[in-house]
Structures are given as C-alpha cells and as structure tokens.
Design a protein around this ligand. Structure first.
Ligand code: HEC
Ligand code: HEC
Length: 349
C-alpha cells in the first residue's frame, strides 16, 4: 500500500513537472535562435575629430570595464534576451527600441506584468559622454554598471532577483561561450552581466548625422538650419547650449536651475532638477521630459503660444518666428544609422 502511494506521488510529480515545462515553453514564444557572425562586429570605432575630442573630455568608462568587441557582443545578446524578465516577456529593448533611438513612444512604459513605470523611459544614446556618470532622471545610480542591474530587479520592469538572474542565464546554452570570449572564463555572475550590458550601452554613439558631416566640413547647413544653430548657441540666457552642450548635446551639469513643474516628483536629491540625456536624435523621439508629458520638441517650443492654454516650460520657449529654424537645426542631429546597424540590432532571429 505504501509502495502504491509512493508510486502515485512519483507519477503526480512527473505530471506536474511536465505541465510546468509545457506552460513555460508556451510563454517562451520569442525566438531563442541566436544569429551572431563568427567573428564579432566592430564596436571600437574611430570617431570624427569633434566627437573624439568630446569623448576624451567626458568619457565615463571605468578602468575595470574597457570596451571590447566580445564584451559588447555579449551585452547585446543580454540586452535583447527576454529571459532576463520573470515571465520571459520583456527585455531591455522592450522599453529601449533601436528604431526609436533606444527610447519608446509612450509616457510611461509597461513592465513584465503590465504595471507602469513611474517615469518616462530614457534614450540610451551617447551615455558614455555623461561626465559624472550618474544614471536615471534623478541620478540615483552611481554608474552605468550599477544602473543596468536595477531594471532587472525592479518589481514593475523585469522582476528578477540577482540569484534568479544568474540561474536563468546559466541555464541557457548559448551563454558560457559568450562569457568565455568576453571575460576569458565561462563562469557567469551578475557582475559580469552588468559589465557586458554596460559595454554594449556605452557603445551606442551617434556620429553620422548631417550635423556631424557639417562639422567635418563634408556638408553644409541650409540657411534655416544655420540660423537655428545660432539661436541654439546664442539666444536668450541661459542659452540652450549652456545646458545641452554641443557636440553631443548632453548636459554637463543638470543642477542648473530648471524645472518642469511636477508636484509628484522631487528629482535629483529633492532639488526638483532632472538629468537631461543627449538631444541628438530628439526629433525621432516622442513623450519627452522626465514624466513624458511633453509630446514632442514642437509641442515644447509651442507651449505658451496664445490660444493653446498651455504654460511655457521654463527656459524652453523661444520667439515664435524662430521655431521653424530651431526644428530644422535639431533635425540635423538625427543619426538614422543606429536604427538598423547590425551591431546594435536584435541578435535573436
Ligand atoms: C519596462 C520598461 C523598461 C525596461 C524593461 C528597462 N528600462 Fe531602462 N529605463 C526605463 C525607465 C522608465 C527609465 C527612467 C527611470 C527613472 O529615471 O526613474 C529607464 C532608464 C534607463 C537608463 C538611464 C539612462 C540615463 O540617461 O540616465 C539606462 C542606462 C537604462 N534604462 C538601461 C536599461 C537596461 C540595460 C535594461 C535591461 C536590463 C533596461 N533599461 C530595461 C524603462 C525600462
Ligand atoms: C537651465 C538649463 C536648460 C536650458 C537653458 C535648456 N534646457 Fe532643455 N532641458 C534641461 C533639463 C534639465 C531637461 C530635462 C528636464 C525634465 O525632464 O524635467 C531638459 C529637457 C529638454 C528636452 C527634452 C529631452 C528629453 O530627453 O526628454 C529638449 C528637447 C530640450 N530640453 C531642448 C532645449 C532647447 C531647444 C533649449 C533652448 C531653447 C533648452 N532645452 C534650454 C535643461 C535646460
């Protein structure tokens, strides 16, 4: 009789196990076939002089995590791998899409269980140029390496503990070889995961826009674009450029007086200030500012116009007759190559 009970228990366990694996594979509907070239793509780019000079002055790459082609390749795979979320439905790229300049197009993004993020998703371009290295709208992450593990552990975004993350990555057959190539050992831990993702994200740099061609003297601005640049550099005070510094158009000091009125968010250490990412590719993005409430650059510049009923955003309005020139200039900052560049794109086919 006891033997029978044990037998039934074993049969039940096996059935349950099979049911569970079935359920898992049903959720596992995304492709897990990796499509990587036999030798890694090149992430060690020689940038045009104006970009290289800016990089030398602001690079936040730590000495213990230099960019390598193998490290960034591993980071790219992790970035697009939905196994990095609790129910295999969300990857970093769900909220940071290459074709949207590694941003998304909603005010607040949906996590693995449909919950909403508390702030607007950020574009991940040109983060390597953020001199003080701190990440998030309120700068709460001390470095990119520290930042990248936070969305994985966030209860809304991806919902894994670091132990669960390590166990899941160890359980996927394509990773040991990628870790071996990136770090000289196939051992897997969350520190290496964070380093690889940080390398990949740091490699996303825009330097092939019309603006860059003009700075390299390979093209020239139209009259309107040139006028827009002058307004950006010189109009008002403080000027746009004093906060969004060319050539990467990234803030060097987000603590300069600025606030988009928001009673629900105190920003950087209670100061009501927020970080601003690179304005490059901003014309390709929607839902701007920390809460995504400003739909587009056009809406930002038009805010406060008579008849719209909207309040101008401090430091972000210019004379109505200058708006078109400003838009034309900002359009020259868009580098479309990152939308489709194979080294940035989804490796799961
Ligand atoms: C569910 C949507 C979502 C997912 C998934 C997600 N992010 Fe984000 N990301 C956000 C939001 C929202 C913010 C801004 C949060 C804040 O400032 O509080 C952000 C901010 C960031 C920043 C800060 C950029 C800056 O300029 O300071 C980085 C870097 C980043 N995410 C990388 C990643 C990586 C790497 C992953 C995958 C491991 C990931 N994100 C997954 C929504 C997401
Ligand atoms: C005093 C500093 C300052 C000045 C001057 C300034 N900005 Fe900003 N800008 C910021 C900060 C800080 C943010 C992010 C604030 C937030 O999210 O609440 C921002 C956000 C933006 C954004 C949205 C970016 C995004 O990723 O969502 C755009 C576009 C922009 N600024 C363009 C301009 C233009 C054009 C000018 C000149 C007319 C200008 N700014 C002047 C500091 C400044």
């Amino acid at each position: 009789m006891r033997k029978l009970k044990i037998l039934i228990a074993i049969i039940l366990t096996v059935c349950l196990f099979q049911f569970c694996t079935k359920e898992n594979s049903a959720l596992n509907t995304f492709s897990t076939v990796l499509n990587l070239p036999s030798s890694p793509l090149n992430y060690l780019v020689t940038y045009p002089t104006h970009v290289a000079i800016a990089l030398a002055a602001a690079d936040n790459t730590p000495t213990n995590n230099r960019l390598t082609n193998e490290g960034a390749t591993l980071g790219r795979v992790l970035f697009y791998d939905k196994h990095l979320s609790q129910n295999n439905t969300i990857s970093c790229a769900s909220c940071h899409k290459p074709e949207l300049s590694f941003d998304d197009n909603v005010a607040l993004s949906s996590g693995f269980n449909g919950g909403k993020t508390s702030r607007n998703s950020m574009s991940l371009i040109n983060l390597r140029f953020y001199q003080n290295g701190r990440m998030f709208w309120d700068e709460r992450a001390g470095s990119l390496e520290a930042q990248v593990l936070q969305p994985i552990q966030n209860h809304v975004e991806m919902g894994l503990t670091l132990n669960e993350l390590e166990a899941k990555v160890k359980g996927l057959d394509y990773y040991p070889d990628l870790f071996l190539k990136a770090f000289g050992s196939s051992a897997i831990d969350s520190t290496k995961i964070s380093k690889a993702i940080a390398q990949y994200v740091r490699s996303i740099i825009t330097y092939q826009s019309k603006y860059d061609l003009v700075k390299e003297e390979k093209a020239s601005f139209t009259t309107s674009e040139a006028k827009g640049e002058q307004i950006f550099l010189n109009a008002g005070g403080p000027t746009c450029a004093s906060c969004h510094t060319p050539p990467m158009f990234i803030t060097s000091n987000p603590r300069q007086g600025f606030s988009l009125a928001d009673n629900n968010d105190i920003g950087i250490r209670g100061s009501n200030n927020f970080k601003s990412g690179s304005l490059r590719n901003v014309m390709n993005r929607t839902n701007l500012f920390h809460n995504g409430s400003v739909l587009s650059v056009q809406a930002m510049l038009n805010a406060g116009a008579p008849g719209t009923g909207s309040r101008p955003i401090p430091q972000h309005s210019i004379a109505p007759q200058d708006i078109q020139d400003m838009l034309n200039f900002l359009n020259t900052l868009t580098d479309e190559t990152i939308f489709t560049d194979p080294k940035f794109s989804n490796p799961f086919k």
